[in-house]
Design a protein around this ligand. Structure first.
Ligand code: GLY
Length: 402
């Protein structure tokens, strides 16, 4: 009898130890290291697969095929930008050489004046390259690109025009995403002591705050301005579920952008705006527990609606930066949410196995649901903001406590 109870206690103790062991969460340090190591392998395969062409960039992976773009697609800068983050993490010369090569593929976009996406294209690629290498020639690209972007600013309206299509409906369309391009202009204002760039940014940011946001700090995707009165004549959506719905990625763009607007201007109204946008996102009844948003907060099929990993990645990166500018309680909340998002995105549900997913890092993003384009696929900007968020977490949270 004594012998049997001895055996039982051994079994129970072993089970207890095994359970405790199973429950032990990986540290964020481990999550970040594993994620970067996986990403380096995936993106090295991606870089090699397109190295022979001198102009192609990855866009997505659909129906078992890699979809590429040329430099004029709004996302062209994200793949080179991700390579820069991988270089920042690894200091590997091979990755540096990929980063330089793919960055050079989009230099010609510095002359782009037919849309507002120049900041996305150039600041993620050349901007990160300049930050990490100090390469002087990259400054010229960013300066010329900033001047091109500024040509889309109409001082009477006080905003940078986003798009030139759909002219029968939108007289002067400005989309919420456009805020993201301001980071490059703020850099140009500072670097070249050119106050015009800053004035453009402030006016664009202020008018967007006034006209894009509803009282609950959700935003419209598209606001079109009447070019005679310079006031909005239409509030609309292009990629969201409906005019009055909240498109998740748009909401994430706003959070991210008002955070860097506060960093660069020190104007507290932008900080308050970012905090209010975060409040909407974090406490929305349709926000899932793992904080990976549905593609639209008002999608009619919630809880079965698709999630958008790209919105989660942008949010995580924005929240990590914002956590530096707020009181302890809010800071803890923002970091906790970003950590949950990064843990979820780093799990097998969202992170692809090496060699799968067309060599993209993350699965399950939604590009343009209404047009059934890039739905539940990998996207370069999900990967970019995921890597940026991991790097920010490493530098702003892990290393700042050491
Ligand atoms: N800027 C376009 C998008 O977020 O889909």
């Amino acid at each position: 009898m004594k012998y049997i109870s001895f055996i039982f206690s051994i079994v129970f103790v072993s089970l207890g130890v095994a359970c405790t062991h199973m429950k032990k969460e990986k540290t964020m340090e481990d999550i970040i290291d594993t994620a970067f190591r996986t990403a380096i392998q995936q993106y090295s395969l991606m870089a090699e697969s397109l190295i022979e062409s001198d102009s192609l960039l990855p866009r997505t992976y659909q129906d078992g095929k890699l979809v590429t773009s040329n430099s004029h697609w709004w996302c062209s800068g994200f793949f080179p930008g991700s390579l820069w983050y991988l270089y920042e993490y690894s200091k590997d010369d091979k990755i540096l050489s990929y980063a330089r090569q793919y960055t050079s593929r989009i230099e010609r976009e510095k002359y782009t004046t037919d849309n507002h996406d120049i900041g996305f294209m150039l600041y993620c690629s050349f901007g990160n390259g300049l930050r990490l290498t100090g390469e002087e020639s990259y400054k010229e690209v960013l300066y010329t690109g900033s001047k091109s972007l500024a040509t889309r600013y109409n001082p009477r309206v006080g905003l940078i025009r986003s798009w030139d299509f759909n002219e029968n409906v939108w007289q002067y369309p400005v989309i919420i995403d456009n805020l993201m391009n301001l980071e490059m202009l703020l850099w140009a204002a500072k670097t070249f002591k050119d106050s015009t760039f800053k004035e453009i940014c402030i006016s664009h940011a202020d008018k967007t705050m006034e006209h894009h946001y509803r009282n609950n700090y959700s935003c419209y995707h598209v606001v079109s301005y009447d070019t005679l009165t310079n006031k909005p004549h239409l509030k609309d959506t292009h990629q969201g579920y409906a005019k009055e719905s909240t498109w998740s990625r748009g909401q994430a763009w706003g959070l991210y952008a008002y955070t860097f607007l506060y960093r660069e201007t020190n104007d507290r109204k932008y900080l308050e705006q970012a905090k209010s946008i975060a409040q909407f996102l974090l406490h929305h009844p349709h926000m899932p527990k793992d904080y990976i948003p549905y593609w639209d907060f008002d999608a009619p099929d919630i809880p079965n609606a698709l999630r958008d990993a790209s919105a989660a990645a942008i949010m995580a990166s924005g929240l990590i930066e914002l956590s530096n500018y707020v009181d302890h309680e809010l800071s803890t909340e923002y970091i906790k949410v970003a950590e949950t998002q990064l843990r979820t995105l780093s799990s097998p549900e969202y992170t692809a196995k090496i060699g799968e997913n067309g060599n993209f890092i993350l699965k399950h993003s939604v590009g343009h649901f209404r047009e059934n384009s890039e739905v539940d696929v990998p996207l370069t900007y999900a990967d970019y903001y995921y890597l940026e968020a991991l790097m920010r977490y490493k530098k702003m949270i892990l290393e700042s406590y050491k």
